[in-house]
Design a protein around this ligand. Structure first.
Ligand code: GLY
Ligand code: MN
Ligand code: MN
Length: 444
């Protein structure tokens, strides 16, 4: 039951440009097939809110379910979309549909056909092609449709030399385009980061003892919507006190108590690009001595890593820096003992820092794109966007940790754009220095 826009959300030239670039890079004699995301039932007659598949949106701007895109490479490259027919009765219940004519007019495709004709038409469209880019195992229903298409191709063209096509992974292929952001991508990426930062600032100002985690989530959601975001980029983590030591805490239903820290990991999605920010701060606006010690340790590490980002370095080296410095912090705090090298090589440090230093960020919060190419680390390039998010999590029940640190969970996460000379922090609008935080929390 997707509600869609009656006009494309963005200028359709953006999507045309993307298709042109992708078509230029496709092997000669290849076609690319992308399926829309399926609609999913939550319970009974209730659906989960619909969100288009990221690759589908990236190449089309089209937000309706039950659609397929085919790109045909060759001397005369073509973009073909398959969409639902208009249906006044269904539209009365579920909302507007473009239909083939409307989609052709509004979205600028070479051809648009009804989805009901996909099987018949796609066999004609793929005649003479050698290989197809398609992502298997993501969407069972789409896999079945594409398998049937391949079988039909084999059946119809038999041993004419056209038969069964080789499949190449479309996600890996398209991930390369999505990983290196251009101005079209960055407009939305920047905006997603700005709105997310504004919502975090609002949350900080609104936090005081007695407020519930869910109230904070509600305030942030309102800030997202108010600024034109359609949804959150991933499930909110609003974790007070010991809840912050559960990495994917998502109940968000507790009361923020005096003396606790509040960890919020939240980001909005703006035109399908996601922000991903974490801030941790005291509910009552003043860090305790122990909280401040851990917080400043993590903050220094985060800033040191960000300061070393520039083209040519390797993401795995940033990760190694994080592991090294966080392990040193664990030693300094008395959480672990012995030689740093041993704590790292035995993976003992994972008890308090079990995740990575960050990830690519874009249309998916853990965005598309390889970190290694055929096993070799790839250098970071200008235009890439990723998170840097060191953290330390000391569960309340950890009897081996010094008592004053138990129940402290801290993560600090910013979104980084790699530039020609270094990097830009896209989420700098939300405070993270101790003095800035103490000046803002609870001061609405
Ligand atoms: N919010 C998910 C992450 O930080 O990776
Ligand atoms: Mn993240
Ligand atoms: Mn996050």
């Amino acid at each position: 039951m997707a509600q869609v826009h009656r006009k494309p959300t963005e200028n359709i030239e953006i999507f045309k440009r993307r298709r042109e670039r992708v078509l230029k890079s496709m092997s000669p004699g290849s076609a690319l097939i992308v399926a829309s995301h399926p609609e999913l039932i939550r319970n009974d007659d209730v659906h989960y809110p619909y969100r288009q598949d990221s690759n589908m949106y990236y190449l089309t701007g089209f937000e309706e379910p039950e659609s397929f895109l085919i790109l045909r490479s060759g001397e005369k490259p073509q973009s073909i979309l398959f969409v639902r027919e208009k249906n006044m009765e269904r539209e009365t219940w579920d909302g507007f549909r473009f239909g083939p004519e409307g989609a052709k007019k509004e979205f600028g495709f070479d051809e648009v056909y009804p989805i009901a004709d996909f099987s018949k038409k796609s066999v004609e469209l793929l005649k003479g092609f050698d290989e197809v880019y398609y992502r298997l195992f993501k969407n069972k229903n789409a896999d079945e449709i594409v398998q049937n298409l391949l079988l039909d191709l084999k059946r119809v063209y038999g041993r004419s030399g056209y038969g069964l096509l080789t499949i190449k992974d479309a996600d890996t292929f398209l991930g390369e385009f999505r990983l290196k952001k251009n101005e079209d991508d960055l407009r939305n990426q920047r905006k997603a980061c700005e709105i997310s930062a504004a919502a975090h600032l609002l949350a900080m100002k609104s936090t005081k003892p007695g407020v519930s985690e869910r109230q904070i989530q509600g305030l942030m959601t309102n800030e997202f919507y108010k600024n034109g975001s359609a949804r959150e980029g991933y499930g909110f983590i609003v974790a007070s006190g010991n809840n912050a030591t559960t990495l994917h805490y998502n109940f968000n239903d507790q009361i923020c108590e005096n003396g606790e820290l509040l960890l919020i990991d939240a980001g909005c999605e703006y035109n399908f690009y996601s922000g991903d920010i974490t801030r941790t701060y005291p509910v009552n606006g003043k860090f305790s001595v122990a909280q401040k010690k851990v917080y400043e340790g993590v903050l220094k590490i985060q800033k040191d890593i960000i300061n070393s980002v520039r083209p040519g370095i390797y993401f795995k080296d940033l990760h190694a820096m994080g592991t090294d410095m966080l392990t040193q912090l664990m030693l300094d705090l008395g959480l672990v003992s012995g030689r740093k090298e041993d704590v790292i090589s035995s993976l003992e440090y994972k008890k308090y820092y079990p995740h990575g230093i960050g990830h690519w960020l874009g249309m998916d919060v853990h965005d598309a794109g390889l970190y290694f190419i055929k096993g070799e680390a790839r250098p970071i390039e200008a235009g890439m966007v990723f998170t840097i998010e060191p953290g330390l999590y000391i569960p309340a029940g950890d009897k081996s940790a010094p008592e004053e640190y138990r129940g402290i969970g801290i993560r600090i996460e910013d979104n980084i754009l790699v530039t020609e000379k270094g990097c830009e922090v896209l989420t700098a609008g939300v405070p993270k220095e101790v003095s800035e935080i103490e000046a803002v929390v609870g001061k609405f």
